[in-house]
Structure formats: C-alpha cells, structure tokens
Design a protein around this ligand. Structure first.
Ligand code: PMP
Length: 407
C-alpha cells in the first residue's frame, strides 16, 4: 500500500493550524483577486516602507558578498549593535553571550519555549494575547495558563491574578507590552507590583515581549521588567526585533537578551532548524539600530493620528465600543452590545467570527475575530493603514452595521 495514501499529521500538530491571522489575510487576498476594493486591516505590520538607509545597507551587503552563513545565532557586529541599543534605550547591560538573534521575534520566542519547556510546564499568559503564544507553547509541549484580563482593568494582569495563577509547574510569565491585540501598556508601577509576586516564586521567569516598544503613545516612558526590577533581571528574557520599529517585517530579524545558559540552549534549537538568520538582513538591522532614529518618532506620530481617527470613527458606529489603545497599532473593538441585538441574531450573526466574515464579504473590510486572541465578542482592526483606507473602512463598516440593524 502506498505509504503516502496513509499520510496523517503528527500528534504534535493536533489542534494547531496555520495562524488565524495569516488565514484571514489569505482569504482577504483571494477576495481581492475578484474585488479590487478590499481593505485589509487584518495584518500586523506597519504600512510604511523600510527606511532608505536601511535598504541601502542591505544592497551594500549583497554587493560586498556578505551572503554566506554567519555565526549561528547572529553576527558579532549585530550583537554589538543590539547591546548598544539595550544600553542606550533601556539602560541595560548585556554581554555578547547574552544575546541571541533569529529570523524575527517569532522564531526567537519559539526557540525560548522549545529550549525551556518540559511536558506539563506552565506558562502564564495574560489574555487577550497574541494567538501565536498559545500554539507555540503547545508545540513546545507545555501548557498555557490563560488569565483573562478585563477591559475595566485596562486589559492588564493584576498582582492578585498572577499570585492565583502560579503553581509548582509554572515556568514563565509571558508579558507583552504594548500588547497585541489590546494596546495595553504595563508602566513601571504595574511591573513593580508584579515583581513583588515573582519574588515569592523564584523558579518563575519572565518572557518580556517588547516588540511594540516604540509604538507607544501616551504612557511614556517605555518600561520593561529587567530595567525596572534589576533583582529580577537574571530570570528575564527580553524579546525584541526590528520588524515593527523600523518597518522591517519581511527582513526577519528578531533577538533575545537573557542569561547565557538560556541563550546557549536557544542556539541548540536554532542550530537544528534554520541556522543563522539571513546575513543580508543582519547587516541592514545594524544600520536600523545604529543609524538615525527620527523615523521612530515620525512614524509613531502618524500612528497616533490614525489611532485617534479610527477610534473616534468606530465609536460613532451604533453599538460599537472601542477604548483608546496606549500602544501598538490595533483597535480592539468591543462588538458585544452589537452582537446581542436581536436583528443580528435573526441574521445568524451570533459571534465575532460571523461578524468578521460579514464585514469581509459584505463590506470588503478584513479584520480578525477576537476569539483568536482569547477575546470573544471583539474584532481586531489594524490601523497601520493610510487615512484614506481607514476612512473608507469606517464608512463601509458603519453602513454595514446600519444595514444589519434595519430589519
Ligand atoms: N510578538 C508580537 C506580540 C507580535 O505581534 C509579533 C508580530 N505580529 C511578533 C512578536 C513577531 O514579530 P517578528 O517575528 O516579525 O519579529
């Protein structure tokens, strides 16, 4: 019998699919083949181009033949640039053997979880959260303990919730500030309060996903656990990268800063999967980190204007509520009042997935259902889009909701 006829996925993959965000993006692209007016607000990437100085550094890397394998977890030069960044922007000292570079923060997170989780180890994840965390934890053999954080609490984990979620199997607390999808930000006081609880649990580490560090609006300055609580720093892994701050999502460069034993364990995972991140992208990332930084404030100001625009527009739609996110570039929109309306029930639009499909197929606006992030009844809309796209999307969604409420 033909072995391939019997092909089935490994047990490891059971219940794990392609990320819902990527799936919806593909559905929107397919729809766009026949309808040119589809507005995609589902992706999590800046719409700005990579800065010219960074592009030129990449071109120059090709022309000067920097196109071979590099050191497994990143070049010495990029590690030095990352160390300078951590010192300059976060006041943190890390040695070269405390830095690991991978193909995006996503691979870096995967390496950490693969390198550290044993079966039944638990990771505390405040939710709503980025969908990928949960699947990655499962792939790595661990268990995610999702702790629901309400809008009233600013979508932030409280020290009491942290204390209640800790068990003898807890390995990590995974913090993401500013947060995808809620835009919640943990300030210095919030982090210090969580650290009080962590001091009672010395075996628990913190993965601090700081990828949206520079997309921060009102609650400046940015705070990260390792800098706020130096006594906790030895058990913190900082995860960051160039994707969001420098519009470099396609270049795939992310990094971690952590104790040398964790970095060494991550290198084992990377050595048996992808090896070094792209040599050309690493050269470009040095330019991003060491070159002029004005782009960060310019783009943040643009994101702030778009945030204000989209949130005001969303709140003008009947039964739709949206809080002003403090960071990242997502509006996390509360559709629960709308979904509770009898008119929607009659039309079989009972949850966020159905509403997301309605907006995609009837209004040609792509969003992501909140259930993917552990926030059922919400939709996530990215405002990393032009003013024109935002205005058009709002207009169509408003008209779409009015149609739904008609009969
Ligand atoms: N963390 C969070 C919270 C994200 O939203 C993303 C990208 N969507 C990443 C990490 C990964 O970023 P990258 O792999 O592009 O560096």
């Amino acid at each position: 019998m033909d072995r391939w006829a019997e092909f089935s996925r490994s047990a490891k993959l059971s219940g794990i699919g392609v990320s819902e965000i990527i799936r919806i993006g593909a559905e929107a692209r397919k729809l766009a083949e026949t309808h040119q007016d589809v507005i995609s607000l589902s992706a999590g990437e800046p719409d700005f181009p990579t800065p010219d100085n960074v592009k030129l550094a990449g071109i120059n890397a090709i022309l000067t033949n920097q196109t071979r394998y590099t050191a497994l977890d990143g070049t010495a030069e990029l590690k030095a640039a990352i160390r300078r960044k951590l010192k300059r922007e976060n006041g943190l000292d890390y040695a070269a053997n405390e830095i690991s570079i991978g193909a995006g923060a996503k691979q870096v997170l995967f390496n950490i979880l693969m390198a550290t989780l044993d079966p039944e180890d638990e990771v505390i994840v405040p939710s709503p959260c980025w969908t990928t965390y949960l699947d990655m934890i499962r792939l790595a053999g661990g268990t995610a303990t999702m702790v629901p954080c309400s809008a009233d609490a600013g979508f932030r984990l409280s020290p009491e919730q942290l204390a209640a979620a800790l068990t003898s199997r807890t390995r990590w607390l995974l913090l993401n500030s500013p947060s995808n999808p809620t835009g919640a930000v943990y300030g210095a006081a919030h982090l210090a309060a969580l650290a009080e609880v962590l001091r009672t649990a010395p075996g628990v580490g913190v993965i601090s996903d700081d990828i949206y560090e520079h997309v921060l609006y009102d609650s400046a300055p940015f705070a990260t656990m390792a800098a706020i609580c130096p006594d906790i720093k030895p058990r913190v892994v900082i995860v960051n990268g160039v994707s969001k701050a420098y519009s470099m999502t396609g270049w795939r460069v992310g990094y971690a800063a952590a104790a040398p034993d964790i970095i060494a364990a991550m290198a084992v995972v990377q050595s048996q999967s992808s090896s070094n991140p792209c040599s050309i992208s690493q050269v470009a990332a040095i330019e991003a980190l060491d070159g002029p930084q004005d782009i960060i404030t310019e783009r943040r100001d643009a994101f702030r204007r778009r945030r204000d625009r989209i949130v005001a527009g969303l709140n003008a739609i009947p039964h739709v509520h949206c809080l002003l996110p403090d960071g990242a570039f997502y509006a996390f929109v509360d559709m629960r009042t709308l979904l509770a309306r009898p008119e929607l029930k009659r039309k079989d639009i009972a949850d966020d997935t159905a509403l997301c499909r309605y907006f995609l197929h009837e209004c040609h606006v792509a969003s992501v259902p909140g259930f993917c992030f552990g926030g059922p009844g919400y939709l996530r809309l990215s405002f990393a889009a032009s003013d024109r796209m935002i205005d058009d999307a709002l207009e169509r969604m408003k008209a779409g909701v009015e149609r739904l409420l008609k009969y």
